[in-house]
Ligand binder design. Structure first.
Ligand SMILES: NC(=O)c1ccc[n+]([C@@H]2O[C@H](COP(=O)([O-])OP(=O)(O)OC[C@H]3O[C@@H](n4cnc5c(N)ncnc54)[C@H](O)[C@@H]3O)[C@@H](O)[C@H]2O)c1
Length: 470
């Protein structure tokens, strides 16, 4: 009996020795690290960057395919802007977009088209403050860098960069030129997400420990409409989450990434691809071997751990027949929010005021709160941005209004010399998943370090916030 007792004591001592802060220690650090280029001498970080106020923001648009003209149309509804120039490879797309200006009673813009490089002439103009990029992913980074070098602020559709090299190029150029470089991540302005962010910031979920996001959208109806088949071809060549930013944006804001926390490591895993190779065989008559030379997994999952011990789970799937979803979930010590497939909140009763839920005793976090309580909560925690812009946004539209809110906020901040809602480090962090998840998958799902793109300034600001003129 005494022997068994001593054995148990020994085992316990061994277990305590193997743990640190309640965590078992591994045998070694197998994390893959990518190079973090040193910040060039004389260059400063751009956390909280502001630029001189611009009364009338003069804009040039590059890329007028499926998405671009909608952006031009939204700008016709934003006071204090001037649409100066339009550019696309195809002259007829520029002409079609000019009609949007005609219909809005605005003067026609200068036109650029007909060559891969015509966009540079648009960036070279001296009567533009902001270059707005809506082309395919291949040239996003080059266009952003060139625009900043010509003294322009620049914004770019998602994802703004596909590789770490491109990301560092954008970060370094933004720091050197002190120009705003923002990615147009619209999903952070959606109604549920922004309301939930407000709840999180006011402590309704306690400490938020885990966030989820995704892009789950069967694109089979769209593949044939992308210019030169760029999107399918990109997926054919690259493994990893190539479209992570819609999921990353709301999750990163809720977890205050580079505003008091930072992403440290990620691991990623994917399934084999099936539906797109099948699509290529059936719809494009491709032979089986070529069709299955397809890099991107059908379903890709990435898990990230932060410095402050939080986790983020991001997913990507653009070919499974399943309902559209960006997942969006926050899980905290006192409550839970979930958007897809069923939107709702689950909260410990004490977190709800009696104004919202008079019958507190019947509440617990085992179920979603009732529809009535959810509506009352969403009304109580409606974000200031939605209070001010909701009606106009619904009227103008663009993914139900979030696109308009994104553009409006961008212009509001530029006009008032405020920091933009999303900075170049958000761009870097959210886009970095494309290459970092690929590295993890191609190395047997290894742990990969997420670089600190702020190079030492992730803890300067505490808490994500939107800037307002007070
Ligand atoms: N945020 C969102 O909700 C959302 C939705 C759809 C698309 N997007 C993003 O918008 C971007 C564009 O997507 P899309 O669906 O409009 O693609 P698209 O293929 O329909 O349009 C791209 C356009 O860019 C033009 N273009 C390409 N190279 C050019 C160059 N060198 N100079 C000038 N023009 C050039 C093409 O001619 C084409 O008209 C992508 O980054 C995509 O991921 C975002």
């Amino acid at each position: 009996m005494r022997k068994i007792h001593s054995l148990i004591v020994l085992l316990l001592v061994f277990m305590v020795a193997c743990t640190q802060g309640g965590r078992q220690k591994g045998n070694g650090d197998y994390t893959i690290r990518t190079e973090v280029p040193e910040r060039p001498a004389g260059q400063q970080h751009v956390v909280g960057l502001t630029a001189p106020k611009i009364d009338t923001v003069r804009v040039g648009f590059i890329g007028l395919g499926m998405r671009g003209p909608g952006a031009v149309k939204r700008f016709t509804h934003i006071p204090g802007t001037k649409i100066v120039a339009l550019c696309d490879l195809h002259a007829d797309r520029v002409e079609k977009t000019q009609v949007i200006l005609d219909n809005a009673g605005l003067p026609r813009a200068a036109e650029y088209s007909g060559s891969e490089e015509a966009w540079k002439e648009l960036c070279d103009r001296d009567d533009i403050d902001l270059v707005y990029v809506v082309t395919d992913w291949k040239r996003h980074a080059a266009m952003m860098v060139y625009a900043m070098e010509q003294g322009k602020h620049v914004v770019c559709e998602v994802p703004a960069a596909m590789t770490l090299e491109e990301i560092w190029d954008i970060v370094n150029t933004a720091e050197r030129t002190r120009k705003h470089a923002m990615m147009l991540e619209n999903c952070v302005y959606d109604y549920f997400e922004l309301t939930t962010l407000n709840m999180a910031q006011q402590g309704l979920f306690g400490e938020v420990l885990h966030a989820e996001g995704a892009y789950l959208h069967d694109l089979s109806e769209f593949w044939e409409y992308y210019e030169g088949d760029w999107r399918l071809q990109y997926n054919k060549k690259f493994r990893g989450d190539v479209y992570a930013t819609h999921g990353m944006g709301p999750a990163a804001q809720a977890l205050n990434i580079h505003r008091g926390d930072k992403m440290n490591t990620l691991v990623a895993m994917d399934t084999k691809p099936v539906n797109i190779p099948q699509y290529l065989i059936e719809k494009r008559g491709m032979d089986v071997d070529s069709a299955y030379m397809f890099a991107n997994g059908q379903h890709t999952m990435t898990m990230i751990r932060t410095e402050k011990g939080k986790t983020i789970h991001i997913q990507h799937d653009v070919s499974s027949p399943r309902p559209y979803s960006r997942m969006y979930q926050l899980s905290g010590t006192k409550g839970f929010a979930n958007k897809y497939p069923t939107s709702g909140y689950a909260l410990q009763g004490e977190m709800l005021g009696e104004d919202v839920a008079p019958d507190l005793e019947n509440l617990n976090a085992h179920n979603f709160v009732s529809d009535e309580v959810r509506s009352a909560l969403m009304a109580k925690y409606k974000h200031r941005i939605h209070r001010e812009l909701e009606e106009k946004a619904k009227e103008v539209g663009g993914h139900g209004g979030m696109d308009f809110i994104m553009d409006y906020r961008l212009i509001y901040c530029l006009q008032n010399g405020l920091p933009l809602d999303m900075d170049v480090y958000d761009l870097a962090e959210w886009c970095s998943l494309a290459e970092l998840s690929r590295i993890s998958i191609e190395n047997n799902n290894a742990s990969v370090e997420v670089p600190d793109f702020t190079r030492g300034h992730w803890n300067d600001v505490q808490g994500f916030k939107h800037a307002f003129v007070e």
